[in-house]
Design a protein around this ligand. Structure first.
Ligand code: MET
Ligand SMILES: [Zn+2]
Length: 768
């Protein structure tokens, strides 16, 4: 019998139970007992669910109250001194590292004030992990035994599990040196950390675990030589350690071939690779296995919500069996199912035709099991034929196929993606038209999404107020925002985006080709979950999406008003994309749909238009090479398709955030003005890189994630710093990102100081 295996299951609960309890714990409404009780319930439910589905290899230690990488930092005692000094309970230390902690002193507790560790994207997913942060004083040791406890917890239920931990090479490589130890190279800590891994593995073995899944996802990245060499050191050490379980080294989200030489022949029992993402690596990885090694074939997609095509999956696994024999093959999910929503059966509003194409984490359990049974020769005819019908229905559906859109994509040519004139000529035309001062001030789009706004939106969705009433409300919000901006003297205004629930969902809901879930939550970080829309078919724009609000906003002011749209790559990246059509084609379709919107805005008199692309960096393929350059090309092309149909006098803006942006990646977008998140970037070399950027840039001047209000003097100092390397005549003044999560008080104070600082520089430069 070929075994089935699941690399990890979502830990948020089917109805976001973990979020509710964790946030209640943070606000002091429930205690640790309640938090731990809910955590335990979720873990037990997940194991029982998998057991009932017939999964053979079930993961434990895939649960986390915040982040699995952060759990390891706590477990291995990689805790910077600024957190240990408060002597908090382990769970509170964990949360303090994950999200910072500010607490006044009470009779029983000391005051605490500590910021969070850095949080970064987990490979190319929208999950964020907390970066391990090491210093010369880091002393690894086992600090608790979470993986052992959770293994035993499952065992008590009669469920045998395979504990999972991030492996030593990935754990170190994904970390960084702390401020006080900048010369420290994390990978140099390998020898120090290996004994602690060995100790943990021995404990797991003593508890009864026969095998352990060690994740080494960095195998899909471009790795420095030192890091490549670390695999041999690490796994030979662990294999020689006493009393350790069998090791299953797992990698996912890409192709491991460029690093294959570093893992070939390692003394481990099994390798897991992702054949959904990179089926082309099959022959080479099979050839690299030793005669005893087992291959875990990741064939059920852990990153998307589409039903697997059983006939294809079965054929693929059979190929592996033909090469290795049944005993050496495991059928598995491509990665942990953490990146998929929990259970499709909770979707009550989804169109039944579309619902029949989807598979969430719970459904994927059955998929792994069916494929394993099919290749073992068990009778699963019924399941295979039901699946074949669903796959066929999707392929042939009128929802997925729109001949007119497909034809439009085919006829895209150079002309459709270039502006009428080059930037210098446009700049001259726009100067004359808008007559903006030096250091023009603007914001990124959203203003505070107040409780009042959410209440009214809810009432409207529920039908408690009419469309007309809601419209009047939105107009009054827009007017408030416009008057405010005029009052404090901003130059290019925005309407504030009060009508938008979310910058992707709002457009997705109006475009043809999208579907929405009501409960399809996926963890993004900590207690923040997102509910990505799904691209189900060819995308087009049946009607204008943002024109009404922007036109109204422009009609009540003489100043320039920015129309505000979300760009093709961002809509695509923050949705579940189709897997039957390339992402390039989906991006181009979105570009075409947005082009209609941009042109309509211009025709209606909105002559500054911003198309946001904050996700452009995260979409970048993990490795350099052809795939990356292709991506950058179509990302730019789809943006230009959206924005190049306008007159030279119309000013196109774009915006980027949440990333270390490389200016070279955005040149080809040819936007007239871009604004980027920048307030935490201190490296003068990095600023310098932007001064070579040909068009105009607003380098974000304050952090919108923090309630802190920078003073006018701070703004002046920061602008002065940047002006040392960045030319004044290209300099726009703006915050890092939209202001929707902030309160009005802070927004008023921060923006006022920002505008005053810009005026100071204007006067200074006028005198010169
Ligand atoms: C994550 S980027 C956000 C851009 C959007 N226009 C806003 O201001 O909220
Ligand atoms: Zn932003």
């Amino acid at each position: 019998m070929v075994q089935s295996s699941v690399l990890g299951f979502p830990r948020i609960g089917a109805f976001r139970e973990l979020k509710k309890t964790t946030e209640a714990y943070w606000s002091g409404k429930v205690g640790k007992d309640e938090l731990f009780k809910v955590g335990k319930e979720i873990r037990e439910n997940n194991w029982k669910l998998q057991k009932a589905a017939g999964v053979d290899v079930i993961a434990s230690n895939d649960f986390s109250y915040y982040d699995q990488v952060l759990d390891l930092s706590l477990l291995f005692n990689a805790i910077p001194e600024r957190y240990t000094k408060y002597e908090l309970d382990p769970i509170d230390t964990l949360f303090a590292m994950g999200r910072g902690l500010q607490r006044k002193a009470t009779d029983s507790e000391k005051a605490v004030d500590v910021t969070a560790l850095e949080m970064v994207k987990w490979f190319d997913s929208n999950y964020h992990y907390v970066r391990p942060t090491f210093s010369h004083s880091t002393e690894f040791k086992l600090n608790g035994q979470k993986p052992v406890d959770e293994y035993l917890e499952a065992k008590k239920l009669g469920i045998e599990t395979r504990p999972v931990v991030v492996g030593p090479v990935s754990y170190l490589f994904l970390g960084k040196a702390d401020k006080d130890s900048l010369d420290l190279e994390p990978i140099s800590l390998l020898e120090k950390i290996l004994p602690v891994y060995a100790e943990l593995l021995a404990k797991l073995s003593a508890a009864g675990a026969t095998s352990v899944q060690i994740d080494e996802p960095i195998l899909v990245l471009d790795l420095p030589e030192k890091v490549q060499a670390a695999f041999k050191t690490a796994y030979e050490y662990l294999a020689n350690a006493k009393n350790i379980p069998k090791l299953v080294v797992a990698s996912y989200f890409g192709d491991v071939r460029p690093n294959l030489a570093s893992i070939k022949g390692l003394p481990v029992h099994c390798f897991h690779f992702d054949f959904v993402r990179a089926p082309e690596q099959f022959d080479e990885v099979v050839a690299a296995l030793t005669p005893e090694q087992v291959l875990s074939v990741g064939i059920i997609d852990g990153r998307n919500i589409w039903k697997a095509d059983f006939s294809e999956a079965v054929a693929f696994v059979e190929k592996a069996i033909a090469a290795l024999g049944k005993e050496r093959v495991i059928v598995a999910t491509s990665s942990s199912l953490l990146h998929t929503p929990v259970d499709l059966t909770n979707e009550k509003k989804l169109d039944s035709e579309i619902k029949n194409w989807f598979s969430f984490a719970t459904q994927k359990l059955d998929e792994v099991v069916v494929v394993a049974k099919a290749v073992s020769g068990e009778d699963v005819k019924e399941a295979l034929s039901v699946n074949a019908a669903a796959i066929k229905s999707r392929k042939e559906s009128a929802i997925t196929n729109d001949a007119a859109v497909q034809k439009k994509v085919e006829s895209i040519d150079e002309k459709l993606s270039s502006r009428a004139a080059a930037f210098p000529e446009r700049l001259a035309a726009q100067k004359e038209k808008f007559n903006l001062p030096l250091f023009p001030t603007t914001t990124i789009g959203s203003f505070p999404q107040t409780k009042d706004i959410r209440i009214n939106r809810n009432k409207f969705t529920k039908g408690e107020i009419t469309a007309e009433q809601y419209d009047t409300f939105i107009k009054s919000e827009i007017e408030k925002v416009v008057r405010f901006q005029e009052e404090i003297g901003l130059d290019v205004l925005v309407h504030g985006e009060p009508e938008r629930n979310d910058m992707v969902q709002y457009f997705g809901e109006q475009l043809k080709g999208f579907a929405f879930t009501t409960n399809g939550w996926v963890q993004s970080y900590g207690s923040r979950y997102v509910r990505p829309p799904v691209v189900v078919g060819d995308v087009s724009r049946p009607h204008a999406m943002s024109v009404k609000e922007s036109v109204y906003a422009q009609s009540i002011t003489k100043k320039a008003m920015k129309g505000m749209l979300t760009g093709p790559i961002t809509v695509l990246r923050w949705s579940f994309p189709r897997n039957d059509v390339s992402q390039k084609v989906q991006a181009l379709q979105l570009g075409l749909a947005l082009r209609d919107e941009v042109n309509d805005l211009e025709a209606a008199g909105v002559e500054v238009i911003q198309v946001d692309e904050p996700a452009i960096r995260e979409g970048l393929p993990l490795r350099s090479g052809q795939e990356r350059s292709d991506y950058l090309k179509y990302a730019a092309e789809s943006f230009r398709i959206a924005t190049s149909g306008v007159k030279n006098t119309t000013q196109i803006h774009s915006h980027f955030c949440y990333s270390d942006l490389d200016p070279n990646h955005i040149k080809a977008l040819d936007a007239d003005v871009v604004s980027i998140e920048f307030s935490k970037k201190d490296d003068p070399n990095y600023i310098q890189e932007f001064s070579n950027y040909p068009n105009h840039i607003g380098l974000g001047l304050f952090d919108i994630h923090s309630p802190r209000i920078p003073s006018k003097e701070e703004f002046i100092a920061r602008i002065g710093e940047i002006l040392k390397v960045y030319p004044a005549d290209k300099f726009w003044v703006n915050p890092d990102c939209g202001l929707k999560t902030r309160g009005w008080e802070e927004v008023r104070a921060s923006l006022t100081n920002m505008v005053e600082a810009a005026k100071t520089y204007r006067e200074k430069y006028a005198q010169n």
